[in-house]
Design a protein around this ligand. Structure first.
Ligand code: HCA
Ligand code: CU
Length: 445
């Protein structure tokens, strides 16, 4: 069935938009629907309208407003567990400043690791950030004391709850794990701390035990409950059920922390907040143990673009944050990283180029400047006459249809694949548009 037709039927069935029978109505309806949802990305040209409907229309009445979902950045804790990462104190402070300016709600760091980490934490406290600083450690009084010595307001403690961890890592019984955790919670609370308790490896724990654990931790005074998918084994629908169980067991805000071992961290984090989790854990570029967790750029942008969540993050810093981390870890940002990678806004095929220079929305979800990236074009055998005309114009040569075609053929005949890449400034883009209009006019003649 044609998509258009299907949508119309869907629309009728849902009885949500009764007039969406033709393109004009569909566009009009798109606008009001989008406005309804507060989804700014669907207000302008409605390029993403149908996708939005596929994504959320059915759930519209059930979906919570995700504008209140908060963000914890763990680049300085989970991120430092990445292979090849070890920040200096100065770097940690710089990262924290930028994360705070970006607008995250919590910044997590583990002072248990070293004196340098403790000093970093103290400096962060002194900086007077709007973001809350969380001191991460094990569910042990001595780790709580390390946080206390740094005058923190918030501590996070974790204890494994899966049988595999209890048996193979800790060599203790379920009862011992619970008892030890409750003691640690009571200890932290007796010292006036705010506390998140994370049930490590929750996704692989016995559900009855997990539920009991969460409600006991809540009763003992935990202010937030952290539900991690520690080995990245969940499907989004599994995550929904897991969060629903946690939601039943506690009335406290729930954090979700999804590992990316199968590339599902983002999807699982989103499923979790749909199911009632209140905060997502992220790191810059998804850094973390093994292949890391959900990335700050992807999570914050998905919340904004796909759910219309209204947050005042400084999204345009995403590219810079990513570059900073790459610089501090002597690596480069993987070209294929969504939103911030070099390839995220690099267009290559001639047909894409032709569309992009008329309206970038044809192949871009959000303009590159909004995520601190920039648009590039690749010239080579796939450029076609539009790409060739653009290239000629850039070189100061007035393109005709004939020369453009010749150049396109020449680029193809070289059989060199990609010849070179050109960063697009506003001026170059304006010239490209002119060139492509000329070609279009010439072709029409
Ligand atoms: C760890 C495990 C952890 C904890 C998550 C949390 C996990 O490396 O300490 O405290 O929120 O993935 O379970 O990162
Ligand atoms: Cu983790």
């Amino acid at each position: 069935m044609e998509l258009e037709q299907h949508m119309t039927i869907e629309t009728r069935r849902n009885n949500a938009v009764t007039t969406a029978s033709g393109p004009t109505n569909a566009i009009r309806t798109a606008r009001s629907f989008a406005e309804d949802q507060g989804a700014e990305s669907f207000g302008a040209g409605e390029a993403n309208y149908y996708a939005y409907r596929w994504n959320v229309e059915e759930e519209k009445s059930k979906l919570r407003d995700l504008s209140r979902v908060s963000i914890l950045d763990s680049t300085l804790r989970e991120g430092e567990q990445s292979v090849g990462i070890s920040f200096s104190k100065r770097q940690r402070l710089q990262i924290a400043w930028m994360l705070d300016y970006f607008g995250v709600d919590f910044i997590e760091i583990s002072p248990v690791i070293s004196e340098a980490h403790r000093e970093s934490l103290r400096e962060m406290q002194r900086a007077g950030f709007a973001a809350k600083i969380v001191s991460h450690g094990r569910a042990l009084p001595e780790d709580v004391d390390v946080g206390r010595a740094c005058d923190v307001e918030w501590v996070a403690m974790y204890h494994s709850v899966s049988d595999i961890h209890l048996r193979s890592k800790l060599h203790i019984t379920r009862e011992m794990a619970l008892e030890r955790s409750i003691k640690a919670i009571e200890y932290a609370k007796s010292h006036g701390l705010k506390l998140r308790f994370t049930v490590e490896d929750a996704s692989r724990a016995n559900p009855e035990y997990l539920s009991q654990f969460i409600s006991d931790a809540t009763r003992a005074g935990a202010d937030r409950i952290g539900i991690p998918d520690t080995v990245g084994v969940m499907l989004p629908r599994g995550m929904i059920r897991l969060i629903e169980l946690a939601r039943q067991a506690t009335d406290r805000p729930i954090d979700v922390h999804c590992h990316n071992d199968l590339g599902l961290a983002l999807a699982n984090s989103l499923a979790a907040v749909e199911a009632g989790a209140d905060q997502i854990h992220c790191t810059i570029d998804g850094l973390g143990e093994r292949v890391g967790i959900a990335s700050l750029a992807e999570v914050t942008m998905a919340l904004r673009l796909l759910y219309g969540a209204k947050r005042n993050f400084r999204y345009e810093m995403l590219g810079e944050l990513s570059a900073l981390i790459a610089n501090y870890s002597n690596t480069s940002v993987p070209a294929t990283r969504p939103l911030v990678g070099r390839n995220a806004y690099t267009h290559k095929a001639g047909t894409h180029l032709a569309a992009i220079i008329r309206n970038p929305e044809a192949y871009e979800l959000i303009p590159p400047s909004e995520v601190g990236n920039s648009r590039r074009v690749v010239f080579g055998e796939l450029s076609g006459k539009n790409g060739a005309a653009f290239l000629l114009r850039t070189l100061g040569i007035e393109p005709s249809l004939e020369t453009s075609q010749k150049l396109a053929q020449g680029l193809k005949n070289l059989r060199c694949g990609d010849l070179f890449e050109l960063g697009l400034t506003d001026k170059l883009e304006a010239e490209a548009v002119q060139a492509s209009e000329k070609i279009a006019a010439a072709t029409a003649r």
